[in-house]
Design a protein around this ligand. Structure first.
Ligand code: DQA
Length: 152
């Protein structure tokens, strides 16, 4: 098996959209009791074990998320794991940024967006994502990371 390189040129970026900073306290029946810090720490530990650098980023602001995606293009980020949260259903700007930097990405949702309100069923991201994981709670991030680690 190919040994993973430790340089930032195979780093992974995990992006969390609006309100995900409230995980743990926010509607736990939908999103679970784990905090974002706990999730991020677990992902960082797993990536480190694989010898891959992992960066995490959260913002409640669409433009800041677009800026972070654009920056990833020059940062040597090989793959992105993204939960665009409410912007999933509205943000052409974030989708365009991902298309512009041409970094493959996995879309993750804690809840099953297809089993909720009708407005959550449409994602601007899914048709350009490598794949999507939804409805598996925070495990979805771990599963996405396992895929990414096997691919970078
Ligand atoms: C979410 C689902 C979105 O519809 C919602 O706006 C979120 C979280 C999820 O992880 O289940 O904020 O992306």
């Amino acid at each position: 098996m190919k040994k993973p390189r430790k340089s930032s040129s195979n780093s992974i970026l995990v992006i969390h959209g609006p309100n995900l900073n409230l995980l743990g306290a926010r509607e736990p029946h939908l999103y679970g009791r784990e905090t974002l810090n706990e999730i991020n720490r677990r992902l960082a530990t797993r990536a480190k074990k694989a010898g891959v650098q992992l960066q995490t980023f959260q913002s409640n602001h669409e433009g800041i998320l677009v800026d972070r995606i654009q920056r990833a293009g020059g940062d040597g980020v090989r793959m992105i794991i993204i939960n665009p949260a409410a912007y999933t259903h509205t943000s052409i700007a974030m989708r365009d940024a991902l298309a512009a930097v041409k970094i493959p990405f996995i879309e993750v949702h804690l809840s099953n967006i297809h089993a909720r309100e009708a407005f959550r069923r449409h994602s601007y991201f899914s048709e350009v994502a490598v794949g999507t994981v939804c409805g598996l709670g925070s495990r979805g991030y771990d599963l996405a990371l396992e895929y990414v680690l096997s691919a970078v």
